[in-house]
Write a protein that binds this ligand. Structure first.
Ligand code: CTP
Ligand code: MG
Length: 231
């Protein structure tokens, strides 16, 4: 079962407040982006990786993976969804067909484990819609009043955190994103665009440590995890 991969990496990482976009911070000898790509590069079913980058990205050319034969760069867009659309648009010219599976995985999620990637692929290969790695909410959830006070406690059983990779068919995902963006729907992940079309993406239970590195304090966890897992 072949798959294509889009790794949106065109963000500026404003919440990380670093001297460069967070995907280019060094952790345990490699950039976050290099850790992320490394999880996929040796997968036997991977066709190509499309990497949407910021228009004036000056960091990628310094990467050890720049020029890798499986990695194709494109110019990303204003929002994450625009970057994903730019990635999708590059796929047909690389040989992808409309019903081929496309995985989308955040550049800022370097802690994805091979087992979770394989679980996603195995769980969805015969699925009519596709789906995503996700994990059930574990904390008690509060509905806030907007002024810092809790109004009530929400039922937790139906709440999941969306992770990546997310996995859908090329044409279906392209159509869904185009419609959602055109209609001004908030598209913070691929599944939300599919849901807007009435589909119900499958939730594949993944590890909660597949975090999106977002704030400075996340780097400490990343450092500990990379030493533990990859050494
Ligand atoms: N991303 C992208 N194109 C954008 C915005 C984000 O490709 N216009 C990518 C980021 O590089 C990241 C992923 O989407 O890998 C998830 O986004 P997020 O964690 O929000 O990263 P940033 O937008 O870079 O961070 P911030 O929101 O703090 O500025
Ligand atoms: Mg962002």
């Amino acid at each position: 079962m072949k798959f294509w991969l889009i790794v949106p990496a065109a963000g500026i990482g404003s919440r990380m407040q670093a001297d460069r976009p967070k995907q280019y911070l060094q952790v345990a000898g490699k950039t976050i982006l290099e850790h992320t790509l490394g999880v996929f590069l040796d997968h036997p079913y991977l066709q190509r990786i499309v990497l949407p980058l910021a228009a004036h990205d000056r960091w990628w050319p310094q990467s050890a993976l720049a020029g890798h034969p499986l990695v194709v760069t494109v110019t990303g867009g204003r929002e994450r969804a625009d970057s994903v659309v730019a990635g999708l648009q590059a796929l047909p010219a690389l040989g992808a067909g409309p019903d081929d599976w496309v995985l989308v995985h955040d550049a800022a999620r370097p802690l994805l484990q091979h087992d979770d990637l394989q679980l996603l692929l195995d769980s969805l290969q015969d699925d009519p819609v596709g789906g995503l790695l996700a994990c059930p909410a574990r904390d008690t959830l509060k509905l806030a009043d907007g002024q810092g006070r809790s109004l009530r406690t929400l039922p937790r059983e139906q709440i999941w955190h969306a992770l990546t990779p997310q996995m859908f068919r090329l044409q279906a995902l392209g159509d869904a994103l185009a419609k959602a963006l055109h209609e001004g729907v908030a598209v913070t992940d691929e599944a939300s665009a599919m849901e807007h079309l009435g589909h119900a993406p499958r939730l594949v239970s993944g590890r909660s440590d597949n975090i999106k590195v977002t704030r400075p304090e996340d780097l400490q966890m990343l450092l500990m995890a990379t030493h533990k897992v990859r050494d």
